[in-house]
Design a protein around this ligand. Structure first.
Ligand code: SF4
Length: 111
């Protein structure tokens, strides 16, 4: 693997290239600015039934899909590693999987 890839995270290197020169602070353009709770869920201490949560997160993912700052949001989320919510259409678990190092065997299709 190339020593040029930061922390063995090719997704971050790719996103850095894609978003180079893009202002990181684009909250004014974020599609979720009208209803942030759609992405975060209700009060953290309130119970949210699983079916309601799944439906809410699906709508949040659809909002993200049309967001003009999606790439910058994904880059920031991969960097911040949020513990909850939907970020750039992904859950924290999905973000962790995306940022996980890739083994050389997996790249070669051996693993
Ligand atoms: S991609 Fe989704 S979470 Fe990120 S700013 Fe846009 S709407 Fe908000």
């Amino acid at each position: 693997m190339s020593a040029d890839l930061p922390g063995k995270r090719p997704a971050l290197a790719l996103l850095a290239a894609v978003t180079a020169g893009t202002p990181r602070h684009l909250a004014d353009e974020a599609a979720c600015r009208f209803d942030p709770e759609l992405h975060t869920g209700p009060d953290a201490f309130a119970d949210e039934p699983a079916d309601e949560r799944a439906a809410r997160e699906q709508v949040a993912r659809e909002v993200c899909a049309g967001c003009p700052v999606w790439a910058s949001c994904l880059f920031s989320a991969l960097d911040m590693r949020p513990a909850s919510g939907i970020w750039a259409g992904l859950t924290p678990e999905e973000l962790r999987e995306m940022a996980a190092p890739v083994s050389p065997d997996a790249v070669r299709g051996v693993a």
